[in-house]
Design a binder for this molecule. Structure first.
Ligand code: ZN
Ligand code: ZN
Length: 279
């Protein structure tokens, strides 16, 4: 088993050291884990932060190098114990990120670059504290339109290996809008999946939704469409923000993917992908 979406205490909303995660991974019998701490770069927001040595600091290239070094040390140490460790980041995409991301990530040896939409109009819809500020001023239809427009930009940017939590707007949106937030434009999303195939961008099966509203991201209606569109690259991650969530739901996610006919999940090394047979 693998887990390709993990936040350590370097993410300001997470806890647990990389070493603690590695120990837990061994305990769970995971074969490979990829750390994907937050990389938020929107200059109009105040969350461009990283926690290093217990201190919260503005995210910078040198601090990312420090994080990378920490992961690389563990990589060596745990390889002997049969655990593969990968260095990734979860980038919060927004229009205009390209230049800033290239600058800050220049020279880093990133294995896996995951990206998700966390913010619309610079408001975090993935935060219980902020989401209502966006929701109150937008209909469910407008939310989905904005969201999927941004997903398209994320894919077209050509910068990322996979899209994180494809329908994350449901995390708080279900509560606010009710079931109508489930209604999406099938034809449009089908074309978005086609765009992902063209750009070789993977679809993440994120198990965090299981712990919140008993559904994976993406939920069932997207999975069928993704398979019909011909998506082949999927990745699997718990989106753990604390040790006890590491690997949670991964086994179920593999079953879930298999039930839609997916035969492989993908792992990454220096931005190259490798299949893992899940049949
Ligand atoms: Zn995320
Ligand atoms: Zn995450």
């Amino acid at each position: 088993m693998i887990d390709y979406h993990i936040h350590t205490h370097h993410s300001i909303d997470a806890e647990g050291s990389p070493d603690e995660y590695c120990k837990q991974a061994l305990k769970l019998g995971l074969k490979e884990i990829c750390f994907t701490n937050h990389c938020e770069l929107d200059p109009l927001r105040d969350d461009n932060l990283i926690r290093i040595n217990g201190e919260i600091k503005p995210l910078s290239q040198s601090l990312l190098f420090q994080l990378q070094n920490e992961v690389f040390k563990l990589k060596e140490q745990y390889a002997k114990k049969g655990l593969n460790i990968k260095f990734g980041l979860e980038v919060g995409f927004f229009s205009g990120i390209e230049k800033r991301l290239k600058e800050i990530a220049d020279g880093l040896e990133i294995d896996y670059l995951l990206a998700g939409i966390h913010c619309l109009e610079h408001i975090c819809i993935d935060s219980s504290k902020e989401c209502n500020r966006y929701f109150q001023n937008h209909t469910a239809e407008k939310l989905l339109e904005d969201y999927f427009n941004n997903i398209q930009l994320l894919i077209r940017s050509g910068l990322f290996d996979a899209v994180a939590h494809f329908d994350v707007y449901k995390k708080y949106g279900l509560n606010f809008y009710g079931e109508k937030v489930r209604l999406f434009n099938q034809e449009w999303v089908y074309q978005i999946f086609k765009l992902m195939i063209q750009n070789e961008v993977g679809l993440e099966i994120n198990t965090a939704g299981l712990r919140r509203h008993n559904e994976f991201h993406p939920s069932a209606e997207f999975m069928k469409l993704a398979k019909d569109a011909g998506i082949k690259i999927i990745t699997i991650g718990s989106d753990a923000h604390r040790i006890e969530d590491l690997g949670k739901g991964v086994k179920e996610a593999i079953e879930y993917a298999r039930s839609y006919g997916f035969e492989r999940a993908y792992m990454f090394f220096k931005r190259h992908k490798f299949p893992l047979d899940i049949r």
